[in-house]
Design a protein around this ligand. Sequence first.
Ligand code: NAD
Length: 282
Amino acid sequence: MAATLIDGRAVARDVKERIAVKTAEMIAWGITPHLAVVLVGENPASQVYVRNKENACIKAGIRSTVIRLDEDCTQQTLEDTVKKLNDDESVHGILVQLPLPKHLDEASVLRLIDPDKDVDGFHAMNSGRLMNGQPAFVPCTPLGVMELLKAYDIDPNGKRAVVIGRSNIVGKPMAMLLLAANATVTICHSRTQNLAEITRDADILVAAVGRANFVKADMVKPGAAVIDVGINRVDGKLVGDVDFDAVSEVAGHITPVPGGVGQMTIAMLLCNTLDAAAKRGR
Ligand code: NAD
């Protein structure tokens, strides 16, 4: 394997340790950072994510509250819950765990979250601020990718970056962050023609597609930093969007799955919660 492995576990551990120190300082000033998570229904994956978030908060000293609503709860009940959290002075960050059961309107709920407590960064106010280059809460996964690049001294300034995927949660904010870091950015998606021609130009290639082993070695520029956001389950095993073994022979840096980007998402959620608390404490 020629590529340097980007160790998401180690970087996430460092970030969490820094957060724990800052949280202790804030508590000493009389502010206890507090994240409230709303979980609707019994989706097993969501239950695991929420438990992991809760545990990470507790470890860092951040107060965590999980509000559990029944699978068949009404839109009104969910919206009232969010409004109550908006009004609760002790709550700094609010997160509604997605996906919601089908009968609920996700977009309306996300719109209701106070943008200053929107630690997932999904509110249009925060995506607008990111677009305008203003301080914003940024979705945790792309924020985590930027932290990984920084940890391995991969400076996007002047580089060509290609992002595969244009979702509001990963692809678009990822592109905006790379642009803000002075990369020349191309966003590719399901309708992109001659994808490999474009990706072969990338010094930094981010894959956020959701298809196992989608990025092949012949799509990668020798020496490129390849960041694999994808999480796919194949025969019960977690794999990314990148054909890891083959691409490792070509890339300069590569993130594994698991143990790469996924590790960073919760770490950045803690960062956003701390920022939200610090902003309100001022
Ligand atoms: P999504 O389904 O919303 O978006 C996928 C994107 O891939 C779309 O924009 C689509 O245009 C693009 N795409 C699909 N087929 C393509 C093709 N043939 N060529 C080029 N582009 C194509 O998914 P998402 O929410 O952005 O997530 C992407 C992946 O990242 C998923 O595997 C998801 O599980 C994973 N993810 C991981 C984390 C994490 O913490 N590591 C967080 C969020 C998402």
